[in-house]
Design a protein around this ligand. Structure first.
Ligand code: SAM
Ligand code: SF4
Ligand code: SF4
Length: 385
């Protein structure tokens, strides 16, 4: 049976319409601007989805049989404007956010995205530093847009690429998009300076039985280029991809496979809350060979990293999600389009974060499979990766 023929669970609920009650406007508990959740985790990383649309139909994210021509994408009027996004971002920054990732859907489909980047680039962290602004893209429009994104103030970019073999890549994006065009986008991103200081990363979602044969060719291709390749375990996000544990290739196994070809050694994390574990290529003396570089593995399924998860997610229409696996978000749009002041908004955001207890990955194995929680989760194309 081919992958496309695999029977799927069709979602019966559209979670986008639901919203959690906002907390009352009160000053956040900490006076210094930094907020912590109920597990002591600070708020550092904000992921902003700028569109729920995409020109790919990756079968692990937006399977064609669900995201077809009849799928109800968000109407334009319900999307946050760039001014609204920037206003919210400013309040998040006041609560400790240092890094913003633009995502989607496919973020480069959002018209004039450069304008948003320009607006975000002038914000400063609580320490007075520029924000770390990055973007995750499928790379299809990158060759065309890399220069203008860079000019607008984007410093880094992550490109999703699930294989080098054209047939495998076309079948995974499911719209017959050629791999050569994404590789060209990566080259142009490097040429315009988005690769400086390790700023260019490539993410590969690994599905056992689908693209595992691409692991070594991908590692070989990016080894020694300064571009860090990160392997992501196929996750049970959303409710439409028919996820099965037997299609997950555990990172430990992946590291063994690469290590058998090119010896690896574990590297220290660059920053607290980092999702990827770093592995460096070793030289003949068993030391890290800086010129050969490193890979990363994001073990979202086999090794929970909720303990220091400092990420919040803002949907295209202004709902705040505290976990990638959340079923419901907090609708911030009424605040933005009502009478609330900036201080009111910051206060509400602080209160929401202070009430956060999410740690889905840590609990995954103990959750009963029949609780129906999978059916209620929002889609990744809606809140971004
Ligand atoms: N369209 C852009 C892209 O593909 O880079 C940005 C949005 S996409 C939802 C963000 C990231 O989520 C991509 O790297 C994608 O590969 C990853 N992703 C989507 N569904 C996934 C799943 N089920 N498991 C693991 N990663 C997934
Ligand atoms: Fe689109 Fe990215 Fe999802 Fe693929 S992973 S369908 S490119 S949003
Ligand atoms: Fe963070 Fe939720 Fe992922 Fe845990 S499962 S790391 S809380 S997003």
């Amino acid at each position: 049976m081919s992958e496309r023929d695999t029977p799927r669970i069709i979602p019966v609920l559209d979670q986008r319409g639901y919203g959690l009650a906002l907390p009352p406007v009160m000053p956040p508990l900490q006076a210094n601007g930094h907020v912590q959740d109920t597990r002591g985790r600070p708020l550092r990383d904000l992921r902003i989805s700028v569109t729920d649309r995409c020109n790919f139909r990756c079968n692990y994210c937006m399977p064609k049989d669900i995201f077809d021509k009849d799928y109800a994408y968000l109407p334009h009027a319900s999307l946050l404007s760039f001014e609204e996004i920037t206003r919210l971002a400013r309040q998040f920054v006041a609560l400790g956010v240092q890094k913003i990732r633009l995502t989607g859907g496919e973020p480069l489909l959002r018209k004039n995205l450069e304008k948003l980047i320009e607006q975000l680039a002038v914000l400063r962290t609580l320490q007075g530093q520029p924000l770390d602004i990055t973007l995750t893209t499928n790379g299809s429009l990158l060759a065309r847009k890399a220069q203008s994104l860079r000019d607008a103030g984007l410093q880094r970019v992550t490109v999703s690429l699930d294989g080098l073999d054209d047939a495998v890549f076309r079948s995974m994006n499911d719209v017959d998009f050629p791999v050569a065009d994404v590789l060209e986008g990566i080259d142009v991103a490097r040429q315009v300076g988005l690769g400086a200081n390790g700023g260019l990363k490539v993410n590969m979602v690994v599905k056992r039985g689908t693209n595992e044969q691409q692991i070594l060719p991908m590692a070989r291709h990016f080894k020694g280029t300064g571009t860090v390749l990160r392997f992501i375990e196929y996750m049970d996000v959303g409710a439409t991809n028919g996820w099965r544990m037997d299609e997950v290739l555990p990172s430990a196994e992946l590291v063994q496979r690469i290590n058998a070809e090119w010896p690896l050694l574990a590297l220290e994390p660059c920053a607290p809350g980092e999702t990827a574990q770093r592995w460096g290529y070793a030289d003949a003396a068993g030391q890290h060979d800086g010129a050969a570089g490193e890979i990363g593995v994001i073990s979202s399924v086999t090794r929970a990293f909720c303990g220091d998860c400092n990420r919040a997610r803002l949907s295209t229409e202004g709902k705040l999600y505290l976990c990638l696996f959340a079923a419901q978000g907090y609708d911030l749009k009424p605040l933005l389009r009502g009478e609330a002041s900036d201080a009111d908004i910051a206060s509400v955001l602080g209160r929401i974060w202070q009430g956060r207890s999410d740690r889905y990955s840590e609990l995954r194995s103990s959750l009963a499979p029949d609780t129906g929680s999978a059916r209620r989760r929002v889609e990744m194309s809606y809140i971004g990766g």
